[in-house]
Design a protein around this ligand. Structure first.
Ligand code: NAP
Length: 292
């Protein structure tokens, strides 16, 4: 194996330690504890787990969390009314509406109802719009793509002028990751399910961000020697040696790609831990914007 591993677990720990220290300093200086409100509509098991992880991170870092569960049949008006209430609450610095919302709710309208300065998930259409515009800056950047770029920078990967390929164009990962790379002056190609000759596109990339949710999709011989790989995918690969019957793998064939690339993130332990770390960083920044 030639690639250097970008250790997301260690880097996320550093980010969290920095946030914790800054929070403690603020509180020692008499400022209120930063607070994150989590809104969970319905009882999806995976969403409930993510929300609990975010609440725990708040507790670990000395921040308040306010959990506001809503029943699965909550109406658009009820969800938007809750968001308005949280917008008006000075103890709440960040509002996180856990996605996906049940189908009967209009996600865009709910996200639009969040105060821009409390949009710590960075999904408000104005924040995303600013991300896409030259010379404009979003107040917050979506946490997973923010984590991807943070990892690349931390590893010392040159972004300006690099050829970058983002696999996936979802609203939460692929597209904002591509927009962030453009802001960093990379030349970006976005690959999706209709893209032809994906291998050839990937072969040209100095930077690969893979976020399609397809197990070990990117093969080692697609990777340009010296490339940097950020693997966002989380897939369950059957594995009889594991008690639960599977192990987690990414969208890139790690063993193959690590022989060719210069940098690679493992799965698990790469991008995964960064998402919550960046959410915590965004929540602290929200408190600074609102209180300083
Ligand atoms: P998503 O919404 O399902 O989007 C998947 C994207 O991949 C779409 O743009 C789709 O193209 C594209 N795609 C699907 N099959 C493809 C193929 N065969 N060739 C090329 N492109 C293909 O997924 P997501 O929410 O962005 O998540 C992607 C992966 O990241 C998942 O494994 C998810 O679990 C993981 N994830 C991890 C974190 C984290 O670590 N913190 C956070 C979020 C997501 P079309 O647009 O054409 O359909």
């Amino acid at each position: 194996m030639t690639a250097k591993i970008i250790d997301g677990t260690a880097i996320a720990k550093e980010v969290r330690a920095e946030v914790k220290e800054k929070v403690a300093k603020r509180v020692a200086a008499g400022k209120p504890q930063p607070g994150l409100a989590t809104v969970l509509v319905g009882e999806r098991v995976d969403s409930a787990t993510y929300v609990r992880m975010k609440q725990k991170a708040c507790a670990d870092l000395g921040m308040n969390s306010f959990h506001r569960p809503m029943p699965i049949d909550a109406t658009q008006e009820e969800v938007e009314a809750l968001v308005s209430e949280l917008n008006a609450d000075p103890a709440v610095n960040g509002i996180l509406v856990q996605l996906p919302l049940p189908d009967h709710l209009d996600e865009e309208k709910v996200l639009q109802a969040i105060d821009l300065e409390k949009d710590v998930d960075g999904f408000h259409p104005i924040n995303i719009g600013r991300l896409a515009q030259k010379g404009r800056e979003p107040v917050f950047v979506p946490c997973t793509p923010y984590g991807c770029i943070y990892l690349l920078k931390k590893a010392g990967v040159e972004l300006s002028g690099a050829n970058a390929v983002v696999l996936g164009r979802s609203n939460i990962v692929g597209m904002p990751a591509a927009l962030l790379l453009v802001k960093e002056n990379a030349t970006v190609t976005v690959v999706h399910s209709r893209t032809k000759n994906i291998e050839d596109v990937v072969r040209n990339a100095d930077i690969i961000i893979a976020a399609i949710g397809m197990m070990e999709f990117v093969k080692g011989d697609w990777v340009k020697p010296g490339a940097a790989i950020i693997d966002v995918g989380i897939n369950e690969k059957p594995d009889d040696t594991k008690k639960r019957g599977y192990r987690l793998v990414g969208d890139v064939n790690y063993e193959e790609a690590a022989e060719v690339a210069d940098y690679i993130t493992p799965v698990p332990g790469g991008v995964g831990p960064m998402t919550i770390a960046m959410l915590m960083a965004n929540t602290l920044r929200a408190a600074e914007i609102q209180q300083d």
